[in-house]
Structure formats: C-alpha cells, structure tokens
Write a protein that binds this ligand. Structure first.
Ligand SMILES: [Fe+2]
Ligand SMILES: [Fe+2]
Length: 378
C-alpha cells in the first residue's frame, strides 16, 4: 500500500440529537484535520449520506426518528454505503447496546465520556482498515481481470495452434495416403486394397475395445504396411507364378525395407506404421516372417492388420487366383485362429462380419468416393 492519506482526505459524518455533543465531536474531528458533516438524527444522516458519501460515521445511540442501530443497519444494507465504518457512542456499561450494535453491523464503540485520543485512534484505525479492504478488493478485481484476459489470449493461441495442427495433420495424412498408394500401384493390388484393409483394421481394433486414438492411428498407419515393396525388384514383384526359395526370400524383405523406410520417427503414427510394416507377416504360431515372432510377442497393431490384409487379399482377384467369396474367406480366417492369426483378433473380426461386408461394398465404389470416406475416418 502507498503511504497513509492525510486526514483532510476523509469526510466524517456525525449524528447526534444533542447540539452540545454534536459541536464537541465536530470540533474535535476538525482539530484532527478531518472534514465533517453533521446530522441531528438517523433520518437526517441518511439524507446527508445520499448527498455525499462519507468515509466514516460516528453516531449516538438514542436519537428521535431513527436511532443509531437503525442508521447502522440501513448503511450496511445498501451496497453503495456498506463499506462505511460505523462507530457507535454508548453509555458506560450499556451491554445491551453493545450487543444490539454488533448485530446492527456497527464496527466499533466509544464509551461516554469520550476520550479524545481514543476517538482519534479509533477513527484512524477504522479508516485504515477500510482503505486496506478497498485496496485488496480492487487488487483482486484487477487480478481477476488480468487472469481472464490472459486466459482469453491463451485460448486464442490454443485455437490457432489447433487449427495449424489440424492443417498439418491433414497435409501429413494426405501425403501418407499418396505414398501408400504409390507403393501399392507397383504391386498387382490396386490402391483400393489399402483403403479396404485400413478400414477393416480400424473396425477390428474398435471391436477389440481399443480407444479412439488407436483406432484412428491404425486407420492411417496400416496403408503403409507394404511400403517396403518399393524396394522389391519388378521381376519378382510382378511375377505371375510361384516364387522359388531365393525369390521368396527377396520378396519377404519388403517387411524389413518397410521398417527402414519408415525409420526412427518420433511421430506416433509413423511408429505404428513401422511396427505394422515389420510385423504384418508374422504368424501367431511363430511360423511367419521376418523374425518368426509368436503370440503376444507380435505387436497388436500388426496382429490386427494381418487379419484385415489377408481377408482382403482372399476376396480380391489376383493374377494367380480368382476372388474368393466372402463366406469362404471368413471360413479360412476362422480356421486360422491360433495358427496364422491371433484368436482374439479373429473373434473380433467374425463379430463384425456385417460391418466388414458393408465396408467391402463401400470401397468397391470409384476412388474419389473412397477418398472421401477415408477422410471422414469411416
Ligand atoms: Fe506385406
Ligand atoms: Fe497388403
């Protein structure tokens, strides 16, 4: 707080029906340096207060028309004046007045005969307390305003960041989709394969009880499962017949090439894509490649994608085989639970059979529509 204001900055209202008392207090307070207003009873005091709000009220108890208690009550009830400290002047040993005064909101008492030094000290203390409270209230209000302003600034900054982040995310996903498509186009598969297997993967993950973050991530990460085929030579990748053991080995390298293409990114989506690229040909019984991982040693994202990827390969026509019916494909997946596939993933897949058939239908439409459907995260 700044230094204490001088007495002339304060105006004190004195209310007393006895002219000699009124003159006595008036003179004393003026001598101390205060400005004063006088009133002969509570009613008149209220009228004076309406004209000019004083900094403190010094009032007698017994007055005609309105006594000191009523006056105090009225002052404290009105929000424009409730902060004004009230001192009541009472007779010695008037315990009843003291109690009544307290319940009327009186701040302090002076006992008759009033000692002038005591009057000066009590007035000064009450004014100090009032100033301090006012200062704290103003300070709190200022603080609240500042907090509100900064919160609004932060919110605005956050919204902008979110917008920028959304745009960046959109751009990243678009890039991922285009790259995944490029890799698949080199294969006998069409781009439609990755759209279908990614939505199947996401649906299986949801059925397994994975949260939004995971189901969303697998939707966008699974299209990159065969990105390593970019590194597979054409004569092997496009070979219509069966592979000899050497060719098979080279073909299987696409999993490890995929891992190294996706690298050591700290982006969760690319981390998941790397896991899927490296693990989607592993088998539950340990007979898969490239590492021969088994059971829960195979990351869950790769176990989910394995089911989705194989189902789509079976139900799609390839140069070396016709498209299987969905019934036949579902049957094979069911039979392969516990050997090729994680039984839990197969169970989830079979539970959402109708959903899978719906997605299969949707993604038979022209590519433009498929883009829209994937963009919406369906
Ligand atoms: Fe693959
Ligand atoms: Fe695939």
């Amino acid at each position: 707080m700044t230094e204490e204001p001088k007495p002339e900055h304060y105006c004190i209202l004195i209310a007393d029906d006895l002219p000699s008392n009124l003159a006595y207090f008036d003179e004393a307070l003026r001598t101390f340096g205060y400005r004063t207003i006088t009133a002969q009873d509570g009613q008149e005091a209220l009228e004076r207060i309406a004209e000019q709000v004083p900094d403190l009220v010094l009032s007698d108890v017994n007055m005609p028309r309105m006594d000191g208690f009523q006056l105090s009550l009225r002052i404290k009830k009105d929000t424009r004046t409730s902060e004004i400290p009230v001192i009541l002047v009472t007779a010695m040993d008037d315990r009843e007045s003291l109690a009544k005064g307290l319940s009327s909101g009186v701040d302090d008492f002076l006992i008759k005969p009033v000692n002038l030094s005591e009057l000066q000290a009590r007035v000064r203390n009450l004014l100090l307390v009032r100033d301090y409270r006012r200062h704290m209230r103003r300070y709190t209000t200022e603080l609240e305003e500042q907090v509100a302003a900064r919160t609004a600034d932060l919110k605005q900054a956050f919204d902008q960041l979110k917008l920028a982040n959304d745009q960046l995310r959109h751009a990243s996903l678009d890039t991922i989709r285009r790259l995944s498509t490029a890799a698949e186009y080199r294969d006998a598969d069409t781009a439609a394969h990755i759209w279908r297997m990614s939505t199947y993967s996401s649906a299986i993950a949801r059925q397994l009880g994975m949260g939004d973050e995971f189901t969303d991530a697998i939707l966008y990460a699974s299209p990159m499962h065969d990105v390593g085929k970019i590194g597979t030579p054409d004569n092997i990748l496009l070979k219509p017949g069966a592979f000899d053991p050497e060719e098979k080995k080279i073909m299987q390298q696409h999993t490890l090439i995929g891992e190294s293409i996706l690298g050591d990114s700290d982006h969760p989506l690319l981390q998941m894509a790397r896991t899927i690229a490296g693990g989607h040909h592993e088998r539950w019984d340990g007979s898969g490649y490239p590492r021969g991982l088994a059971g829960e040693g195979i990351p869950i994202s790769a176990r989910v994608v394995a089911v989705a990827d194989v189902y789509d390969a079976l139900t799609t026509q390839r140069v070396y085989k016709p498209a299987w019916s969905s019934e036949k494909a579902f049957e094979l997946i069911r039979e392969s639970a516990g050997t090729h596939f994680d039984p839990r993933c197969v169970e989830a897949f079979l539970e959402i059979r109708d959903k899978i058939l719906d997605l299969q239908q949707i993604h038979r439409r022209k590519p433009k529509d498929r883009n829209l459907i994937l963009a919406k995260g369906k």
